[in-house]
Design a protein around this ligand. Structure first.
Ligand code: HPA
Ligand code: ZN
Length: 363
């Protein structure tokens, strides 16, 4: 599985006398995608509300009789120029206005899963922002049941096993988050864990210690965005104060060599989202993305799409651009696919199944 890069199928060193040599056989890395299909991966960093494509925003607005502040798709698309995380979040929250019924949440989820299946996703751990819907007067049951109803048939219909993660907005209070978590537990919502997202800077992990402690007591998995725009100390605090099992983004760990050493030793998963980082200007260009340095340092990194409808691509697009723009090798892509599977909260049996598929995928 991990030795295809540059080694496979190149054959023994060909003699220089071209007339007698056999035609060059392409390396596996050059085999076109349509031959062996996309890399099978687990998507670990995905906001379901960030999968709302412009066309679906317009379709749901029409169905719900909502007047959008954009004349057409082009005008909406012209807003997808972000200067930082907050400029994206403003549009992301505004567009959620079209999500009103269980059916809306179900349609959004179905659209993501059908696209993700084409991208090679075999397992998805999907974040939902319940507070962003409650504040608009949409009931917790409406958003959770709408998404969960489709996740329940995902493995059968799309070949994608799924888990749902309730993400809490760090720019709101811890009391608000605790209240929603208690409601989720009381309604026996099928959530596997909790996350922490939204505006990072000024909202350090220390603010949410009671929330994460309650989640741990309730047997839930715990993840948090940290080190996207926030400093490396937020990553340290997410680990030490919140006992998170994975860090979402985490790219700014590279500013702290001691932290990198700690993350490498603990095999802490970092769910990196390259196209997101470029679109939100966390890095200037993909060519300058720290991912190659993170791989070289031995960090447990995976590739994820974050909010694919807003950032120019799904997980397959992220891999394709990493290869074409920064020349990431097939070996590194396979390594990150394996990292994503091993770092998931799927059962050991499911992980073994996915790793076997990866091994026989031709990548
Ligand atoms: N960062 C923080 N919060 C978010 C993001 C993100 O990339 N996407 C949706 N909420
Ligand atoms: Zn995110």
């Amino acid at each position: 599985m991990e030795t295809n890069d540059g080694v496979a199928a190149t054959g023994d060193a060909a003699p220089d006398n071209a007339e007698t040599s056999t035609p060059e056989i392409p390396a596996f890395a050059e085999v076109p995608e349509e031959v062996h299909g996309p890399l099978p991966v687990a998507e670990l960093h995905l906001h379901i509300e960030g999968t709302l494509e412009p066309e679906l925003i317009f379709a749901l607005a029409e169905r719900n009789g909502i007047q959008l502040p954009y004349a057409d798709l082009d005008e909406l698309r012209s807003r997808y120029e972000f200067t930082d995380l907050q400029s994206f979040l403003d549009l992301y929250y505004a567009n959620m206005a079209v999500l009103r019924t269980e059916q809306d949440f179900a349609d959004m989820t179905r659209a993501y899963l059908s696209r993700a299946a084409l991208a090679g996703v075999r397992h998805a751990e999907i974040m939902l922002d319940p507070q962003a819907h409650l504040s608009r007067g949409v009931a917790l049951e409406t958003c959770v049941n709408g998404v969960a109803s489709v996740l329940a048939v995902s493995e059968q219909e799309f070949g994608i096993s799924t888990l749902l993660i309730a993400a809490f907005l760090r720019d709101l209070s811890e009391d608000s988050a605790l209240e929603v978590l208690e409601q989720l537990l009381a309604m026996n919502a099928q959530i596997a864990g909790i996350g922490l997202d939204s505006a990072e800077v000024g909202h350090p992990p220390a603010k949410f210690q009671r929330l994460f402690s309650r989640a741990k007591d309730a047997g839930l998995h715990r993840i948090a965005h940290a080190g996207e725009e926030g400093p490396p100390s937020y990553i340290i605090d997410a680990l030490d104060l919140l006992a998170v099992e994975r860090i979402d983004h985490g790219i700014r760990c590279m500013e702290d060599p001691e932290l990198v050493e700690r993350l490498v030793h603990a095999l802490t998963p970092l769910t990196v989202c390259p196209l997101s980082n470029v679109r939100l200007r966390a890095v200037d260009t993909l060519a300058e993305h720290p991912l190659p340095a993170m791989l070289a340092a031995g960090l447990n990194v995976s590739v994820n799409s974050d909010d694919p409808a807003y950032f120019g691509g799904y997980v397959d697009d992220n891999f394709a651009q990493l290869k074409s723009v920064i020349g990431l090798s097939e070996f590194d892509c396979v390594r990150m696919a394996a990292n994503s599977i091993r770092s998931s909260f799927a059962s050991e049996e499911r992980k073994t199944e996915m790793l076997a598929e990866l091994a026989s995928s031709g990548h």
